[in-house]
Structures are given as C-alpha cells and as structure tokens.
Design a protein around this ligand. Structure first.
Ligand SMILES: [Zn+2]
Length: 433
C-alpha cells in the first residue's frame, strides 16, 4: 500500500468514527423528558376512561401518569385524543411481497429485495399504530431476524418484532413454496425449516433458534394459500409437534402452530403449543381443549373477505379461492364459540396476505363475532403481550413500561373502527414522523 493510500485509509477510518459518534454519544446524552397530555387515557386493563391525564416519559419508558400539568418537560399535546397503548398484531408476515395471484412470486424476489420490502411494511405497520408484532414466518430464512435487528438498532423505523426465522414444515407442506413442477429446485434458504420426523423437527428448532429466532412456528396442517395442500389435513403428528415444543422449552421459548383442520388444532393443543393460528375448522371439542389447556387463539377472521374480493378481481388460482371459501365462515363460527367459552384470544391478522397497515380492519370483525370492544382491544394489547411474554414491557400504559402510545379520535369502546385511523404514534418515547 502506498503512503498516500495509507493516509487516505486513515482518513476514512476517522470519517467512520465521526459518523459513529452520534450513536456512541447516545448513552451519555441527557435523557429526553416528555409529557404527553391525553384528553382521555383508556386503561385497557379495567376499561376505565381517565380524563385529562399527563403521561410522563423519561427516555423510552413511562415514569408517571398524573392529572396535574408538569413543568420543565417537552409537551406533546394529545388533549383532543383518546390515548391507548401501542397495538400488537400477533400474526404478521412483514418480509417480502404481499400475497398475489402468482404462486411463483417468492422465487421472483431476492432475499435483499424481500428485506427492503419488509422495511416498507414495517413502517406502514408502525404508522397504523402497531408498535409490536409477532412475525410468524418468512420464506427466506432469517430475513426476519435481519429486519428485527435493524429496527432494534434504530437503522429503520418499525414495530418491536418477535420473529420465527422460518417455517417448520413437512416436504411439500403448508410452509413450503409449492405448486412448481417436481423438477424445479427451490433455493436452500427457502427450505431451512423442512422436517419429516420428530428428530428432524428438533434439529430445525435448534438451528432456527441458533440463527436468532425468538420462537418457533410449526405448520401443522395444509394451508389456504399453499397450492396443493389441504387446510383440513394434518401434516405433522402430535408427537412431532411435541418434539418442537419440548426443544423450544429447553431454549426458554415456545411454539406457535398453524392449524386449520379440527384434528390438527387438537394435536397442537395436546402437544403443548402456546398458540394456535387460524383454527378455521376447529370443532367444539377443540374449543373445550383450548380452554382447558389455556392455549391462545390467534385467528385471522378479517382477511377471508379481502382474499375473496381481490382474488376474484385479480384472477387468483381457483383452488385458493375455493379453500378460502371453505375456511372463512367456519373460522368465524369457531371464533364465536371460542369467545363464548372464554378462550384466550389474541389479535392476529395475517397481514401480508392483505396490505400491511390495514391491520386494524380486523377489530370490527372481532366485535361482530363475539368479543366486547374492550376484549377486542385487550386481544391486541394485554393478551397479545402475555402471549409473546413481553407484558413487563408493553401492552398497557403503566409506569415502567415502554412509552408506546397511540392517539385516536373519539372513543374506541363506542366506535371500535376509530382504531382504523390512528392519528399519531409514539414508540419508545419517540413521536413517529
Ligand atoms: Zn400467516
């Protein structure tokens, strides 16, 4: 290396250090002291409306909630609004394109493009008032880990994410890219979660958790949107799902199971799944088991209408539209029975099947199919946080928790659809632009 090149290199290093300086300085910077003046604070635990409150925030967290105006704090004036904790969607797919008519679409996008789309989707989700999500799988393994870490590092805006790393699925199952000719090779990073025995399931669990996954997603039955699979048909046995639950528990985490079919739902519950996703064909015995085991239900009861409308307009494959028809109303019936039985229901939309940012469209459906407005809000706050084991940090407006706050017009307990147009969002004490 010439002397000149060496000097230039030193110069670059100095520049790099200068660019890093604002981040390094952050720990020493004075903590920002905020006061959010709320017209009404909705206590999502009790359902009480607390009028004219000040939420005091030091840095990322809430330090007090009081009825007197503070001095010497930067004020955010939300006095015209009802203020709720940031919402939580427990079933999103932030990475990659939205679902489309083209079943080969995942093969037409690189991992890099998928993540960049994830950046856009994460921002839309945050702006819609969803400050936390449980992201339940992506086709290209660990792209979700990269997005989560970039959000946590402050590189891109987005909700707090818990991620699955990939889908654990049988060969040709509901978590695979299916519908291709049998001699078409699928890239290895799209098949990282493929397992065909209890031993292989354990191996995949270890690999996904080692790669940075927060929890495990098992595809227990066929899927509506995976060509050639049957939603009602079981793909993993109870024993195989149990292997995932046992291995995840050894690593201090849990398993979410995608299950449409009645048998698949029951196998998942008995195997110890923490949550069952979809449960579209769940029978009364499944509802009773869910209640008995304390399993969480995350059922996407809005998006069947969206798939039906867009699918017919855009010419989606007839097989997918038929499976959607066969699972939409049955799922709503099962949801209503679960609500009546007092099953622990969380808010999970399958956003990604429909556009990110429209997550709140599911609230009126949850009220129509058996929850009170407060229960629907709890499904997306306290219950969701509990399912994700993050209730110490998020899910309600309380001293010590993150200042994740949203402002809406009017009273969501009277008009649940107000949650579909969130006016402003604060995440971790930072007002989102
Ligand atoms: Zn899903």
């Amino acid at each position: 290396m010439s002397k000149f090149a060496a000097l230039r290199r030193i110069g670059q290093c100095a520049l790099a250090i200068a660019m890093l300086a604002p981040f390094a300085a952050r720990a020493d910077a004075p903590v920002e002291r905020l006061a959010v003046h709320a017209g009404v604070v909705l206590d999502v635990v009790s359902g009480e409306r607390l009028r004219d409150r000040w939420i005091l925030v030091d840095g990322e967290r809430i330090v007090a909630i009081q009825s007197t105006a503070p001095t010497d704090r930067r004020i955010i004036d939300w006095s015209a609004y009802t203020v709720l904790p940031g919402l939580i969607d427990t079933h999103t797919h932030l990475i990659g394109d939205d679902e489309s008519a083209n079943i080969a679409a995942p093969l037409m996008s690189s991992a890099a493009r998928d993540v960049l789309l994830g950046v856009k989707n994460a921002r839309a989700t945050l702006h819609a008032g969803f400050t936390s999500v449980r992201d339940v799988g992506c086709f290209r393994a660990f792209t979700d880990v990269a997005l989560r870490d970039a959000i946590n590092a402050g590189i891109v805006p987005g909700p707090r994410m818990k991620v699955a790393g990939a889908y654990i699925t049988v060969s040709g199952g509901g978590g695979e890219v299916t519908g291709m000719a049998p001699d078409v090779g699928i890239p290895a990073d799209m098949r990282r979660g493929v397992a065909n025995s209890a031993d292989e399931v354990r191996q995949r669990v270890r690999e996904l958790l080692a790669g940075g996954a927060d929890f495990i997603k098992v595809i227990g039955t066929g899927a509506v949107l995976a060509a050639g699979t049957t939603p009602g048909a079981s793909e993993f046995t109870e024993e195989e799902i149990h292997a995932a639950v046992d291995e995840a528990a050894k690593h201090g985490t849990y398993v979410a199971v995608h299950a449409h079919g009645a048998q698949g739902v029951k196998d998942a519950i008995r195997a110890g799944a923490r949550s069952v996703e979809h449960a579209s064909l769940m029978d009364p015995e499944g509802v009773a088991l869910m209640k008995k085991y304390g399993t969480y239900l995350s059922a996407d009861i809005y998006n069947g209408d969206y798939i039906d409308e867009i699918g017919h307009r855009d010419g989606w494959p007839a097989e997918i539209l038929r499976k959607n028809d066969e699972t939409t109303e049955t799922q709503r019936t099962a949801f209503r029975e679960a609500a009546a039985a007092g099953v622990k229901i969380t808010f999970g939309t399958d956003a990604g099947v429909y556009p990110h940012g429209l997550n709140a469209r599911q609230f009126p459906y949850m009220v129509k199919y058996g929850l009170t407005p407060l229960q629907a809000i709890q499904a997306a706050t306290t219950r969701a946080a509990e399912l994700m084991r993050v209730e110490a940090d998020v899910g309600s407006i309380a001293v010590g928790k993150y200042a994740d706050l949203i402002a809406v017009n009017g009273d969501p307990l009277e008009h649940i659809e107000t949650l579909e147009s969130v006016q402003a969002v604060i995440k971790g004490g930072v007002l989102q632009p």
